[in-house]
Design a protein around this ligand. Sequence first.
Ligand code: ADP
Length: 161
Amino acid sequence: MTSRTAVYPGSFDPITNGHIDLVKRSLTIFDEVIVAILVNPKKSPLFSVQERTALAQEVFLGEPRVRVEHFDGLLIDFLRHCDSRIIIRGLRAISDFEMEFQMALTNRKLAPEIETFLMVPGFKYTFLNSTIVKELASFGGQISDFVPPPVERALKEKFVR
Ligand code: ADP
């Protein structure tokens, strides 16, 4: 059997326990997961791409089957560059569906050999996203249930008052 590399693209601004849950689930199916951090000039992220990459790398330090990279441009070009044919995305609620469906079909039109896997996280992560975590952190709220310790530290540093 050939080894299967899946690419999990996103902003990861910053990586949360929900993202991590999805990576762990993916590792039960695929041999390797590349966390692919999108450099999107249209968004103004809280963390630079270097910071987002370093945080994700720290989180997966003990997991040799996870690689963290960043990319710009078309996702399918990045997949071809990585020799992967699998995109992983998360579905938390019905509200995610329309956008993810549209993206999956667009990517299929551009690259029919690539399949998108829409994965559902553990129930406790279904309400979680990076925006909520950043908002909580900005008001000094407790975020330890939502992000791993390195991310908690980094968020606290960003919002030092
Ligand atoms: P993007 O800007 O591409 O949506 P995100 O980092 O917000 O980047 O999300 C990347 C992917 O991870 C998306 O498919 C999103 O649905 C998924 N995701 C984000 N948070 C969670 C979560 N708590 N549980 C499962 N999937 C998630």
